[in-house]
Ligand binder design. Structure first.
Ligand code: GLN
Length: 496
């Protein structure tokens, strides 16, 4: 257990060795010192967090067990609904909106004793890889303030890396948990599609979105996932009968397990040579620990990025149609007094959506609408869905010979703020190694594995078949133990 980990905090709070209030104040103090530099949060929930922490301490004092996350500060991505608390998706279009209910995961965490520190910054509607698409300004990487934290869950990754909270929730549609986890030197996992309820997660691309954990180590990520996972009558895509938990075999080792290094991802376009070097080291360390490591081909994986950028925008264009100025947040034009004809509802829609959405969201809506339009549907959206089926077949074939697969997480370490904002395609290439798991609905985890030449963190991914969380975390724990040391960020380091 590392110092300040969620497991350590929960154990100390449950046994009465530490108070939840004291734990919270320590984290809030760090937020106070460094949040102005990092901008991890859209909203810090000081008062609510203090009340939650006090309630946890009262439960302990009264001899009740507050739960497995007793007194653990948790940061929530700001696309998760929190009842009565602004939830913005980092978009102007939701400004001022307060959800009438909380996401199921939020309720589950609260029920397990967690304390919510704040709502974290993201790329608007989770579209992006750097958190620079937020309407409220970017988040900085705690390891180097001139760099991006990755995205879209950059605020959550930065919050954990900076020591603002040992745990955070993110959502992953094409890599938005794993890529920022890698760039910030923390652990991040995307669960199997359907393992975690998405009730109360504001939808981006519904056939791909999953909620997952950020943590300081693999054991903490497993702890958080096990608290979140499980059936929910409010989400019909949520599986009724989840398998054994992520923590079931954390100390199981890899003796005899078959590990396949995905050739197409290990050699993906634009990978830094140091990324390949670290992947080789990771493979060698698993082999040294007793796994049978070999290369495997997943041919259709090379089409992942192209298929994703048809399917995800298509679904987004449909999901985002609900922001019309009538039901949520912003209404521009008539209400804003621009002089538009108050009876012209089309003008109100246009004004609201023009003012409320940022450039990347508009780009996705246009791409998606085009891909779905009559005459192009079969050629674009239909074709992308066929590619998706091919990918499922290729991964299924790989898992006949291997228990888990290994791949890089991101093509390089954290890049400079502003370096990729001018060229959307360069930005999209960040997700080339993470997208395939979303398209096939399988779980994947990013584990910190050393640093690049610039001294910044790098991550390696373990991929597993659907509902293979147990073996995935089992392998991740071995990788973590074998990994070269990843330095803590200066903010978190100071607390040790
Ligand atoms: N970066 C990818 C995108 O822009 C993935 C985002 C995500 O997983 N939410 O779509």
């Amino acid at each position: 257990m590392i110092a300040g980990s969620a497991s350590a905090i929960a154990a100390a709070v449950r046994s009465g060795d530490r108070s939840a209030v004291e734990v919270l104040e320590e984290h809030l103090a760090r937020v106070g010192r460094h949040e102005a530099d990092i901008h991890a949060f859209n909203l810090v929930l000081e008062d609510q967090a203090r009340a939650q922490a006090a309630a946890v301490d009262q439960a302990v004092a009264a001899g009740r067990d507050p739960g497995p996350l007793a007194g653990v500060p948790v940061a929530l991505k700001d696309n998760l609904c929190t009842r009565g608390i602004p939830t913005t998706c980092s978009s102007r279009i939701l400004e001022g909106w307060k959800p009438p209910y909380s996401a199921t995961v939020v309720e589950r965490l609260a029920g397990a004793g967690a304390v919510f520190v704040g709502k974290t910054n993201l790329d608007e509607f989770a579209m992006g890889s750097s958190t620079e698409n937020s309407a409220f300004g970017p988040t900085a990487n705690p390891h180097d303030l001139s760099r991006v934290p990755g995205g879209s869950s950059g605020g959550s990754a930065a919050a954990v890396a900076a020591g603002f909270a040992p745990l955070a929730l993110g959502s992953d549609t094409g890599g938005s948990i794993r890529q920022p986890a890698a760039l910030c030197g923390v652990v991040g996992a995307k669960p199997t599609y359907g393992l975690v309820s998405r009730y109360g997660l504001i939808a981006f691309a519904s056939s791909l979105d999953q909620i997952g954990p950020f943590a300081l180590d693999v054991a903490d990520a497993a702890l958080l996932l096990d608290v979140m996972a499980g059936p929910d009558p409010c989400d019909s895509t949520c599986l009724a009968d989840p398998p054994p938990g992520a923590r079931a075999r954390l100390a199981g080792g890899v003796e005899g397990l078959r590990v396949g290094v995905v050739r197409e991802l290990a050699n993906a376009e634009g990978l830094a040579p140091e990324v390949q070097g670290r992947l080789d080291d990771a493979a060698a360390s698993l082999s040294a620990a007793g796994a049978k490591v070999d290369e495997v081909s997943v041919p259709a994986a090379v089409y992942g990025l192209s298929a994703y950028y048809l399917i995800a925008p298509a679904e987004a264009s449909s999901n985002l149609a609900r922001y019309d100025g009538v039901r949520y947040g912003l209404r521009a034009g008539r209400a804003a007094g621009t002089g538009a004809d108050p009876t012209d509802i089309l003008a109100m829609y246009t004004d609201t959506r023009s003012a409320g959405f940022g450039a990347e969201v508009k780009r996705r809506i246009m791409l998606g609408t085009y891909a779905l339009s009559a005459g192009y549907y079969d050629a674009y959206y239909g074709k992308a869905q066929q590619v998706r089926t091919l990918m499922v077949r290729d991964f299924d074939a790989a898992y006949r010979d291997f228990d888990v697969l290994l791949a890089p997480t991101a093509p390089g370490t954290a890049f400079e703020l502003g370096a990729k904002t001018a060229d959307p395609l360069t930005m999209y290439l960040n997700d080339v190694c993470t997208i395939p798991s979303n398209l096939v609905g399988h779980p994947a985890i990013s584990v910190p594995f050393g640093t690049g030449a610039d001294g910044l963190p790098l991550g390696v991914q373990v991929l597993a078949p659907a509902l293979g969380e147990t073996v995935m975390f089992q392998v991740a724990a071995v990788l973590e133990a074998a990994a070269p040391p990843t330095p803590a960020s200066p903010m978190r380091g100071e607390a040790r």
